[in-house]
Design a protein around this ligand. Structure first.
Ligand code: HEM
Length: 510
């Protein structure tokens, strides 16, 4: 496949987050229900404008091209930054401007803090048993605290530093091994980087990488690659599976056996592999082996969770680490390989800060151009182009419109980052725009990590890994694309990534 492209991309939550959009494979809500249950519109605000569609189908056919974020942006040019669309019997409000997005993330958060999931996501997230897909409730607070304490918060990041440094060394070593042959055999960075991220995620969750494992519940031995498929790729693909009943909830009594079988199988296989990893780790604990990892924290220090909650807590960072971080790095390297002048400017900056020493995380703050490359890549290629749908649980006013209880909300981050009112020549990838002294660079400018109380928990880890990896790769090698790759198409699954992996030729720098 390109697995990720076949449905195109991957979840990630880092993406799970990314979950959203997918062919708008996400759910939408019953508009008639909302009208019945929402009660009156007390101050007679206008309703959100609707995009014209067909009877019964609504806008489904207009959204079938798998890039809903682009269609949404086009509609915003004629219908304004907020409008509603219909998919079958369901409807949702789409937001396409920074100001309105901030209203949803922050000022109106109390009325829009829950989620409504598609059938596929309900099964794969074990009915919202993960941070990124849960409602904003006590469970969410507990599991978010756990993941921050043990993996993603500032102290935990310090404890996992060794694993990130090893990732950089492994990446560099593999590239040095492949470089001499790269003119004949172009390098697929995605493959190498994704595998290293999987290793990192396993070390964070279980204290060590894995080789093949015997999965008792399935009665088979799996290679590491097969386990990656089951833990990461299959659920990413599953998360964007469309069940037509999502769009016609009043027909949900009709069975859809193929869909149910596919998703159930993904669930069962993932559970079997995770259970094996957990059992193996428990045996190591019994034998006195002491490792610093998320599972040790969950089994000893954290507030007790059920077995299912522990399993989902451990799986969540594995799938989140493997995707969005890779997607961002690949897009950045693609642009740098295409733009020799910008690559040279970045190399000069790294060279002046690091000289002949290796780049380290401490030095990142001294390299404004590297940070600008990171932010510009997130702006131009926001990996989570549509924020996982939010659910309005009480009547609320947005942008001067009445949005009733029961509405689902899609925030089109791609649309916000392509807004010509805010960004000059938004289609251009131009890191220089983030070097202006007048505007501080912070993650809020692109909103690629969301915002407010549900902001991405992995933003800091992602920034460290992406920036240090780009820095190391540009410091040590000259990059150019293999031939003319022609029109480069990106597609949306749960994240927006290159349709085809980037193929490059690299040359070690003297
Ligand atoms: C460039 C990389 C990444 C991007 C662009 C990204 C983006 C996002 C976005 C847009 C959200 C949704 C916010 C919302 O619903 O409002 C999110 C949530 C989340 N992300 Fe990331 N993410 C990245 C990397 C990661 C990594 C590496 C991890 C963990 C290993 C992670 C863990 C999470 C978690 C746990 C949430 C849920 C937060 C909550 O609901 O409270 N992310 N991310």
């Amino acid at each position: 496949m390109d697995v990720r492209t076949a449905g195109s991309a991957a979840v990630t939550i880092g993406g799970p987050v990314a979950v959203v959009a997918s062919g708008i494979s996400l759910l939408l809500l019953k508009s008639f229900l909302s009208h019945h249950r929402s009660g009156a519109n007390p101050i007679h605000l206008p309703s959100v404008p609707e995009i014209p569609g067909l009877p019964l189908l609504g806008n489904l056919l207009q959204l079938k091209d798998k890039k809903p974020y682009k269609t949404f942006s086009k509609w915003a040019e004629t219908h304004g930054p907020i409008y509603s669309v219909k998919a079958g019997a369901t409807s949702m409000v789409v937001i396409n401007s920074n100001d309105l997005a901030k209203e949803v993330f922050v000022t109106k958060f109390e009325s829009i803090s829950t989620r409504k999931l598609s059938k596929a996501l309900r099964i794969l997230t074990a009915d919202k048993t993960m941070v990124a897909m849960s409602d904003y409730d006590d469970y969410h607070r507990t599991v978010k605290r756990n993941i921050l304490t043990s993996i993603l918060g500032p102290n935990a990041l310090k404890k996992h530093r060794l694993h990130r440094d090893t990732l950089l060394d492994n990446l560099s070593n593999q590239l040095h091994d492949l470089a001499p042959n790269s003119p004949q055999e172009p390098i697929n960075l995605r493959k190498i980087f994704q595998s290293e991220l999987f290793t990192l995620a396993l070390k964070q969750a279980f204290g060590r990488d894995m080789e093949s494992i015997y999965v008792d519940d399935l009665g088979i031995t799996m290679t590491r690659d097969e386990a990656f498929q089951v833990l990461v790729i299959d659920p990413m693909m599953g998360a964007i599976q469309v069940d037509w009943r999502d769009f016609f909830p009043y027909l949900s009594w009709i069975p859809n056996p193929n869909f149910e079988k596919t998703i159930e199988q993904m669930y069962v296989r993932r559970e079997a592999v995770m259970k094996t990893l957990i059992q193996e780790h428990k045996k190591r604990i019994d034998s006195g082996e002491n490792l610093y990892s998320f599972i040790d924290y969950l089994l000893s220090e954290a507030q007790p969770l059920t077995e299912k909650q522990i399993l989902m807590s451990l799986w969540e960072p594995i799938i989140e680490t493997a995707d969005t971080t890779m997607v961002t790095t690949e897009w950045a390297m693609y642009e740098l390989a295409k733009n020799p002048k910008k690559q040279a400017r970045l190399h000069d900056e790294i060279q002046s800060v690091c000289g002949s020493e290796k780049i380290t995380e401490e030095k990142l703050c001294k390299m404004p151009y590297l940070l600008a490359v990171f932010h510009e890549t997130l702006r131009r290629y926001s990996p989570v182009s549509i924020i996982p749908l939010r659910y309005v649980h009480e009547n609320v006013e947005l942008g001067g419109y009445h949005v009733p209880f029961g509405t689902e909300l899609a925030i089109n981050i791609y649309g916000c980052n392509m807004d010509r009112e805010i960004w000059e020549d938004p289609e251009d990838w131009n890191p220089e725009r983030f070097l202006s002294e007048n505007e501080p660079v912070d993650l809020q400018r692109t909103m690629a990590f969301g915002g407010g109380k549900r902001v991405c928990a992995g933003a800091m880890q992602a920034m460290l890994i992406v920036c240090a990896s780009i820095g190391r790769m540009v410091h040590e090698f000259e990059w150019r694309l293999k031939d003319d790759v022609g029109e480069d198409v990106d597609m949306l699954g749960l994240t927006t990534q290159k349709l085809n992996p980037m193929l490059v030729v690299i040359k070690p720098r003297k």
